[in-house]
Design a protein around this ligand. Structure first.
Ligand SMILES: *[C@@H]1O[C@H](CO)[C@@H](O)[C@H](O)[C@H]1NC(C)=O
Ligand SMILES: *[C@@H]1O[C@H](CO)[C@@H](O)[C@H](O)[C@H]1NC(C)=O
Ligand SMILES: *[C@@H]1O[C@H](CO)[C@@H](O)[C@H](O)[C@H]1NC(C)=O
Length: 223
């Protein structure tokens, strides 16, 4: 058991190191890594690299939480999405984002899976339909924010990417300039180490290492 955990841990370290080599601002955080993969894909496609906005990313994590762990509400016949009014009424206040700086969302990608996958695989999962590619390469975006979390410390795992056309430094502005770190879950852009490196003080991060044998169910949708 200890050996297996060690192997998982070392492979995670290895992956983080490889990610850090390609993009300097990426921390040990799966949401940061997802944004790095996404921006690398956009630039390879001659689209601009998007600014990772921590206020927007915190909202992406709140957006996931609005699903209450219900994967079926993400896609398929029972699909639902939070009302747009939730952004100003719930998500922004929970993140310490000044509601007057909320900018239009120009795209969203949401996926839910019964097992935890690494960020590059999560990216492919989110890109499963034609509409996703259209959203990914849209010229309307200037900023991006990603969130990822498990439910009650385990499966299912939700990944959410929100895009916005807001102006840098004046959209999704967080009080005091520092995004409110909320747990459980990780979001991008906040220079927040969100990993299991310190198990004793941050047990809620253990979900990152959880691996189950279920087949993945992934969904992604546009606006
Ligand atoms: C970008 O992502 C799409 C969707 O996953 C993939 O088909 C394409 O090969 C990727 N492009 C690059 C340059 O990695
Ligand atoms: C970009 O914005 C324009 C104007 O709001 C809209 O008509 C268009 O569909 C958007 N493009 C994409 C790819 O979402
Ligand atoms: C945004 O703010 C940072 C730090 O305050 C500053 O370095 C940067 O030039 C600003 N960018 C724009 C586009 O105003």
């Amino acid at each position: 058991m200890a050996m297996a955990l060690w192997l998982l841990f070392s492979s995670f370290l290895f992956l983080s190191v490889s990610a850090a080599n390609t993009q300097t601002k990426v921390t040990d955080n799966p949401a940061d890594e997802l944004v790095a993969v996404l921006n690398a894909n956009r630039t390879a496609h001659k689209s601009s690299s998007l600014t990772d906005n921590p206020g927007l990313a915190c909202i992406a994590l709140q957006y996931i939480k609005a699903y209450g762990g219900d994967c079926k509400a993400v896609g398929g016949p029972d699909a639902k999405k939070p009302a747009d009014s939730e952004f100003a009424e719930t998500f922004a206040p929970n993140c310490g984002v000044d509601a007057s700086t909320l900018s239009p969302i120009t795209g969203r990608l949401l996926g839910c899976q019964s097992k935890y996958v690494q960020p590059p695989e999560a990216f492919s999962m989110l890109m499963k339909n034609e509409r996703s590619l259209e959203i990914l390469y849209s010229k309307n975006h200037t900023e991006v924010g990603a969130g990822v979390t498990g439910t009650d410390g385990g499966a299912p795992y939700f990944w959410c990417v929100l895009f916005s056309g807001g102006k840098h430094n004046s959209s999704f502005v967080v009080e005091g300039g520092v995004a409110k770190i909320t747990r459980p879950g990780c979001f991008s852009g906040a220079n927040d180490e969100c990993s299991g490196a310190d198990h004793s003080s941050r047990p809620s991060h253990m979900w990152m290492y959880a691996v189950t044998a279920f087949i993945a169910v992934g969904y992604a949708f546009g606006l």
